[in-house]
Design a protein around this ligand. Structure first.
Ligand SMILES: NC(=O)c1ccc[n+]([C@@H]2O[C@H](COP(=O)([O-])OP(=O)(O)OC[C@H]3O[C@@H](n4cnc5c(N)ncnc54)[C@H](OP(=O)(O)O)[C@@H]3O)[C@@H](O)[C@H]2O)c1
Length: 302
């Protein structure tokens, strides 16, 4: 039995639907089993084990409001550090393997300079973390807490997630493009837009591989869609594809700007590209390009 924690969030819902589609037995919880309450987690684990063996816990629950976290650090840490540690302990006590989701925000976004590229290379799993905001710091400390509390843990770091079941950049852009004649988008931050559906597939590929006897070492893995782009270019692609597919019926000019023109509570990473060689080789995954996945996603919305 697999226990999916945070099953009502954007990624959790996507994983939940994929588990249902594939007929994989699972149980899902969200706020009704508070991850900051170890007794609540232990009680639910015991009740699951009363009916079936609990072999996996997948944690998608988190505090994800990056800007709000700057003024709400205690609540952010309660979920992303304490909550994550509680889940890891529960998994350890239950003899379950844990998959915990983390983020590119554990890095500072300055990149690791590569002479041959004359610029930054994608971040590897063992590159030095250096979070710059409250959310990133809590997620980094959460990673450490999870690893300390349960050696049988997989951490999957991802970035720039969008999907059907939560607020995200694609939805925000489509709304603004319906309302406005121009939309300004930052052109000085690069990353890999990632469809939550593809990440859900990677999470289940990990479960299937291990359950099938494949040897996948515990530890940290990176997963995003392939390729990378700036937010401005991503917005331009969302616009042109949505116009073509009939999701947008009016013109809107997408204009580039700098982060300085959009003062935010948190400095966003300039360079968020993650190296995925490790997960590709561990699971034999073919990771979709971000533009192919965006096209499929928008076509499904139509
Ligand atoms: N979204 C991104 O762009 C992105 C990028 C990189 C990494 N990630 C990581 O990916 C994971 C999933 O992100 P997501 O965007 O799917 O998050 P999400 O939509 O915010 O989902 C998180 C879920 O956790 C629930 N939750 C909140 N407090 C809880 C508690 N005390 N006990 C149990 N559940 C609680 C939330 O409920 P409420 O909605 O009621 O609060 C929500 O359903 C997170 O670990 C996140 O850090 C996300």
């Amino acid at each position: 039995m697999l226990w999916l924690i945070g099953n009502k969030g954007m990624l959790g819902t996507e994983i939940s639907r994929l588990l249902e589609k594939r007929g994989i037995p699972f149980t899902g919880t969200d706020r009704e089993v508070d991850i900051t309450d170890p007794a609540a987690l232990a009680a639910r684990a015991a009740s699951i084990r009363g009916a079936a063996s609990l072999s996996w816990i997948v944690n998608c629950a988190a505090y994800t409001a990056v800007d709000r976290a700057e003024d709400d650090g205690e609540a952010c840490r309660r979920l992303n550090v304490l909550g994550a540690a509680n889940i890891a302990k529960t998994a350890g006590d239950s003899g379950a393997r844990l998959i915990h989701i983390s983020t590119d925000y554990v890095f500072d976004g300055k990149g690791v300079y590569d002479e041959s590229l004359r610029g930054p290379r994608p971040y590897r799993e063992d590159d030095q973390t250096n979070p710059v905001g409250v959310y990133g710091l809590a997620k980094r400390d959460g990673e450490n807490a999870v690893l300390e509390n349960n050696g049988e843990t997989y951490i999957i770091r991802t970035a720039w997630l969008y999907g059907r079941y939560g607020g995200n950049f694609v939805h925000t852009m489509l709304r603004l493009m319906k309302e406005r004649d121009t939309v300004k988008v930052v052109n000085d931050q690069r990353g890999s837009p990632t469809w939550a559906f593809d990440l859900a597939g990677a999470v289940l590929a990990l479960v299937n591989t291990v359950d099938g006897g494949g040897k996948v070492p515990f530890g940290i893995y990176h997963y995003t869609n392939e390729g990378n782009i700036s937010w401005f270019d991503f917005a331009g692609e969302i616009y042109s594809r949505s116009r073509r597919l009939g999701l947008l019926s009016r013109d809107c000019a997408v204009q580039p700007c700098t982060s300085a023109e959009f003062p935010a509570r948190v400095t966003r990473p300039e360079y968020s590209v993650l190296d995925k060689a490790k997960i590709r080789s561990a699971l034999g995954l073919a990771i979709p390009e971000w533009n192919k996945s965006l096209e499929k996603y928008l076509a499904e919305m139509n």
